[in-house]
Ligand binder design. Structure first.
Ligand code: FW2
Length: 289
């Protein structure tokens, strides 16, 4: 099985707006260094807090530099969701993905199905489901997904059994796991990983893919445990914020910062974080080919 590393790419903000030039440069770098594709406007990309116009601008801008993109088009305004599908239809991309319409609890299953059916009817690209129960409050489980003719699922869950169940019940479905902590296992037993750490250690992911294909589980696990340490450290500062500092430090260029309500780190916090990253960066360079 050919496994893939899909990077859920962060959205760099400067002066309150996406900095598309920086984003294009970042996407180009991570694709060159080891990611197979990018997932834009997802969780790490702060998709739920981007306006419709911003998401269209990101799609247009990034699809000018690569066609290896899956665009997260989900949201709570159906006209905008449909508008994004149509925008995507105009572009050469790999696919569209959507999380479940969130916030409104107790939506009947029939409404959730209609939401995805609308997308499926209109999209000229393969459609992926982004299952993120911790974020949306809804688990689009294998039973639900089996009622839709989607191309694949990105299951953001730390429960590997849950991800494997899609594979067991729908052998031809592409199945990715979205937890950084399960990246190595996902490369071994699923179609791949959608790991936010690919923003800052894309070369390490390239090495991990090689190790997975050769069955070198020791080196795969060493890389996984290093990623775990970095993500755990980042979480202490708020991971959606600190990933900007971690990425700038590891990649050697400035990816700007997040946009409130995801607040950037303060100066002291940033300095403290960077001090703790020094040896982790050295280790990642040693492990990357
Ligand atoms: C995204 C991802 C990875 C996430 C995960 C959430 O869109 O950012 O699901 O980082 O904690 O696919």
């Amino acid at each position: 099985m050919v496994c893939e590393v899909i990077a859920p790419v962060l959205t760099p903000f400067a002066h309150g707006a996406p900095d598309l030039e920086v984003m294009r440069g970042h996407v180009t770098a991570i694709l060159e260094q080891g990611a197979d594709a990018v997932f834009v406007c997802g969780t790490t990309g702060l998709g739920p807090s981007l306006s419709f116009q911003e998401r269209v601008a990101i799609l247009r801008s990034i699809s000018d530099v690569t066609n290896r993109i899956i665009v997260q088009i989900g949201g709570l305004n159906m006209d905008e969701v449909i508008g994004l599908v149509k925008e995507c239809n105009e572009r050469d991309i790999m696919g569209v993905a959507s999380f479940a319409p969130y916030y409104y609890q107790r939506l009947p299953e029939s409404h959730l199905l209609k939401y995805f059916q609308n997308i499926l009817e209109l999209s000229e690209h393969p459609v992926y489901i982004y299952n993120y129960p911790a974020g949306t409050g809804k688990d689009l489980d294998p039973n639900f997904v089996s009622k839709l003719s989607v191309a694949g699922i990105k299951d953001t869950s730390e429960n590997l059994v849950h991800s494997l169940e899609y594979r067991r019940k729908m052998p031809s479905l592409k199945v990715y796991n979205g937890s950084d902590f399960l990246a190595a296992v996902s490369l071994l037993v699923l179609d791949g990983t959608v790991a936010s750490a690919a923003n800052f250690v894309p070369k390490l992911f390239f090495t991990m893919k090689r190790s997975a294909s050769k069955g070198q589980t020791d080196s795969l696990l060493r890389a996984q445990f290093l990623i775990d340490e970095i993500v755990e450290l980042g979480r202490k500062y708020g991971y959606l914020s600190s990933i900007y500092d971690i990425t700038s430090y590891f990649m050697g260029y400035d990816v700007r910062g997040p946009r409130p309500p995801i607040f950037p780190l303060g100066r002291d916090e940033r300095e403290q974080l960077l001090r703790q990253l020094v040896t982790l960066k050295e280790q990642s360079e040693e492990m990357s080919e």
